[in-house]
Design a protein around this ligand. Structure first.
Ligand SMILES: Cc1cc2nc3c(=O)[nH]c(=O)nc-3n(C[C@H](O)[C@H](O)[C@H](O)COP(=O)(O)OP(=O)(O)OC[C@H]3O[C@@H](n4cnc5c(N)ncnc54)[C@H](O)[C@@H]3O)c2cc1C
Length: 408
C-alpha cells in the first residue's frame, strides 16, 4: 500500500494530493454505467472501487498503521471526505458496516486472534452486517429477545433480526443476543461475531419502496457460534455495542453534507438548466423556484458550517456530544425537503424511479428514487424522535423520558 498521509504534510498539501488521486482514480461516468445494472454488477463495481481505494491507501485511512491504515489525523480525514464528495467518488456502501462499525468494536475489545483474523479480513474485503434490530426491538434495542444458550464450546442462537443491511451478501455479522434472560435488560446481552456461512442462518431480502432490496430479515435457528467468537465479556455486549469512533461519525456526516452540496444542490441546478416547465419556459426563469433554491443554498451552507464546527470541536476536545444529534436531525429533514422540491420542479419525468442503490448514496439525480430513499435517513442510525429525546435530555437538561414499568 502506498502511504496516503504524512503527518508533516500541511492540510492544503494533503488536499492537493487527495484531489489529484481522485482525478486519476475515480471511475469516469460510473453513474450512467450503473443505471439499470443488476445487483451482481453493482457488487462487483463496489469490490473494484474498494480495491482502488486500498491501493491508494485511502480505504481505511483513519485506522492505525499496524492494521493497514494510515493513521490519518481527523482534520485530514475531513479533507479526504470533502475531496471524495467533490470528485463525486462512489460511496463504499457494501463495506461501510465493516470499516466503520465492526472494526472499531474489534479494535477496542478484540482478542489478538480476533484482531488478526477480522481486521485483516476487512482490509481484504470481508463484508459485514449488523444484527441489532429485531421485530420487537428497534429504538428500544435493549428489549431484544434473540437467545444464545451456552452448550459446551458453542453458543446456540435462536431468534430473528430485521433491517439487516446487506445480510445476503455478508461474510460476517456482529450480533447482539440475550445470554442471561434473568439479568436487567442491558446486562444480559452478549456481542457475537457470527460467520454467515454457519448452518441455520437464513437471510430474506425485503423489497423497499425504491424497488431495491438491501435490507434483510435474518432467521436464526440453532446457529452454533464458537465461544471464541464472543467479543468482549459475556453479558456485557451492551457496553461493547456502544463502541463507535466518535471521529468517524463526524467525518461521515461531513461527507454527506458535502455530497448534498455537490451532487444534490449543484447537481440539481446543473440539471435544471435543461428543464422546461409545463408552460414551456425554462424552470430556472421562475422566480419562486429561484427563491427556493436560494433558501436551500443557505441551509446547505449552515449544515456544512455545523459539520466543520463539529470536526474542529472533536479535534480540540475529542468526543461527540449532542451536536451530532442536532446535525443528524437537521441534515435528514433538509435532505427530505430538498428531494421533495427536486421532484416537484422536475414534474412528471421525475416520477420514473430506477433503483440505483449501491455507490450512489442519497443524491443519484434519479429524483423520485432519491426522494423515496431520503426517508430512510430520518429512521436509520436512531430515529429523529430519538434524536430529539437525546437533545432534550442531554442538551437542554429536560427530565428523562419515563422508563417502562419493570425496566431497570
Ligand atoms: C437505512 C436503514 C438501515 C438500517 N440498517 C440496519 C442494520 O444494518 N442493522 C440493524 O440492526 N438495524 C438497521 N436498521 C434499523 C434501525 O436501526 C431501526 O429502524 C431504528 O432503530 C428504529 O427502530 P424500529 O424500526 O424498530 O422503529 P421503532 O423503534 O418501533 O419506532 C417506531 C416509531 O416510534 C418512534 N419511537 C420509538 N420510541 C420512541 C421514544 N422513546 N420516543 C419518541 N418516539 C419513539 C420512532 O421514532 C418511530 O417513529 C436500519 C434502518 C434504516 C432506515
Amino acid at each position: 500500500m502506498t502511504a496516503a498521509v504524512n503527518r508533516a504534510e500541511s492540510l492544503e498539501e494533503f488536499r492537493v494530493r487527495a484531489r489529484a488521486w481522485c482525478e486519476e482514480n475515480v471511475p469516469k461516468g460510473w453513474r450512467e454505467q450503473q443505471l439499470g445494472a443488476v445487483e451482481d454488477e453493482l457488487v462487483s463495481f463496489q469490490r473494484n472501487w474498494r480495491a482502488t481505494l486500498q491501493s491508494g491507501g485511502y480505504l481505511a485511512a483513519h485506522w492505525p498503521r499496524e492494521w493497514g491504515g494510515s493513521d490519518l489525523p481527523l482534520p485530514h480525514q475531513a479533507v479526504l471526505a470533502e475531496e471524495l464528495a467533490r470528485a463525486d467518488a462512489p460511496r463504499l456502501a457494501l463495506y461501510q458496516v465493516a470499516i466503520y462499525n465492526a472494526a472499531p468494536a474489534i479494535m477496542h475489545f478484540g482478542t489478538p486472534e480476533q484482531k488478526q483474523r477480522h481486521l485483516l479480513g476487512i482490509q481484504n474485503g470481508d463484508v459485514w452486517c449488523q444484527g441489532f434490530s429485531e421485530p420487537g426491538a428497534g429504538s428500544d434495542l435493549a428489549s431484544l429477545s434473540t437467545r444464545a444458550e451456552r452448550r459446551g464450546d458453542v453458543f446456540v442462537v435462536n431468534g430473528q433480526k430485521v433491517w439487516t443491511s446487506w445480510a445476503m451478501r455478508a461474510d460476517w455479522c456482529f450480533m447482539l443476543v440475550r445470554t442471561d434472560p434473568a439479568a436487567p435488560k442491558r446486562h444480559g446481552i452478549t456481542f457475537l461475531l457470527v460467520d454467515m456461512t454457519t448452518p441455520g442462518i437464513e437471510a430474506r431480502p425485503i423489497t423497499q419502496a425504491t424497488g431495491a432490496a438491501e435490507f434483510c430479515e435474518l432467521f436464526l435457528t440453532d446457529v452454533e457460534v464458537p465461544v471464541e467468537n464472543v467479543l468482549g465479556p459475556v453479558n456485557e455486549g451492551w457496553r461493547v455495542s456502544q463502541t463507535t469512533l466518535a471521529s468517524e461519525r463526524g467525518v461521515t456526516i461531513l461527507e454527506l453534507a458535502e455530497r448534498l452540496h455537490r451532487n444534490g444542490l449543484e447537481g440539481l441546478i446543473d440539471a435544471m438548466a435543461g428543464w422546461t416547465g409545463e408552460d414551456g419556459r425554462p424552470v430556472l426563469d421562475d422566480p419562486s423556484t429561484r427563491e427556493r433554491l436560494g433558501g436551500f443554498y443557505g441551509e446547505v451552507q449552515i449544515l456544512r458550517a455545523m459539520c466543520q464546527r463539529l470536526i474542529e470541536s472533536m479535534t480540540a476536545h475529542g468526543g461527540v456530544g449532542t451536536e451530532a444529534s442536532v446535525i443528524k436531525l437537521y441534515y435528514s429533514e433538509l435532505l427530505q425537503r430538498f428531494m421533495d422540491f427536486a421532484v416537484q420542479v422536475r414534474g412528471l419525468p421525475a416520477q420514473i424511479a430506477q433503483p440505483l442503490l449501491l455507490s450512489g448514496g442519497w443524491e443519484t439525480g434519479n429524483w423520485a428514487h432519491d426522494f423515496l430513499n431520503s426517508w430512510s435517513w430520518t429512521i436509520a442510525g436512531g430515529s429523529n424522535e430519538i434524536q430529539r429525546n437525546i437533545i432534550g435530555e442531554q442538551g437542554l437538561g429536560l427530565p428523562r423520558e419515563p422508563r417502562a414499568v419493570g425496566e431497570r
